[in-house]
Design a protein around this ligand. Structure first.
Ligand SMILES: [Zn+2]
Length: 233
């Protein structure tokens, strides 16, 4: 869009003041070569925004309270040993299984709600984790093991280094093409006022998951090959 406003300098304040132009004077033109986000990405962001909006809609007080939720030392990195779901703050200063709290049926438990009712005080858990880290991580045994693991990974990387990145890139391109097609389909339906098809959203999520997995594999390979370059005698 061009020409939506006009700017005049206010002679007294020396400041530029914007005045809206008539809608008829606006110049509106599609310029797809200037796009910086794909349709698929745009659609999935819009979808996410809707979900976030919905999660706020039932609070009548300060809607930002949820967004300001505090982050803790272990936020986002714990999982339930039983259902592998997130293990997160679920009451004041207590960690517990999120799936259980939300009563979400878990597929690999045969569709029942997780039975892990154990919760733990946040401070106690943080203390346990923090005090475990130095011993486990910096013990001589473990350093040896880490060293061996790294060497083995580098050796594996060397074997695949030539073929692998090319294959990964091809797969990623194929996925992006599919995402674009599905994104367009979703956008078309939305524009035409049709109801969303959950299966399409699901496919998009699935593809995004695959794409991220491949991309991180590609990034790992790149790091491995750099490390190799630094250390090879
Ligand atoms: Zn669980």
């Amino acid at each position: 869009m061009w020409n939506r406003r006009e700017y005049r300098k206010n002679p007294d304040t020396e400041k530029r003041v914007a005045r809206p132009n008539d809608r008829d004077d606006w110049v509106v033109r599609e310029q797809s070569d200037l796009r910086i986000v794909s349709d698929a990405l745009w659609t999935s962001v819009k979808k996410r925004q809707l979900e976030v909006e919905q999660s706020f809609s039932h609070t009548t007080t300060n809607r930002l309270n949820k967004a300001h939720r505090p982050q803790y030392l272990l936020s986002g990195i714990l999982e339930c040993a039983h259902c592998y779901g997130p293990y997160a703050i679920m009451a004041k200063d207590r960690y517990g299984c999120t799936n259980r709290k939300k009563k979400l049926p878990t597929d690999h438990l045969g569709g029942i709600v997780c039975t892990n009712s154990k919760t733990i005080n946040r401070f106690e858990l943080e203390e346990r984790v923090v005090s475990a880290v130095p011993d486990n991580l910096l013990g001589a045994d473990n350093l040896d093991r880490i060293n061996r693991d790294i060497k083995a990974a580098v050796a594996r990387g060397q074997q695949r280094a030539v073929v692998e990145p090319e294959r990964l890139r091809t797969e990623i391109t194929a996925i992006v093409t599919k995402q674009k097609a599905i994104g367009e389909k979703i956008a078309e339906r939305l524009m035409a006022g049709h109801a969303a098809i959950p299966a399409l959203d699901h496919m998009l999520d699935e593809l995004e998951h695959q794409r991220l997995t491949l991309a991180s594999q590609l990034a790992r390979d790149a790091i491995n090959s750099r490390t190799r370059g630094d250390t090879t005698p």
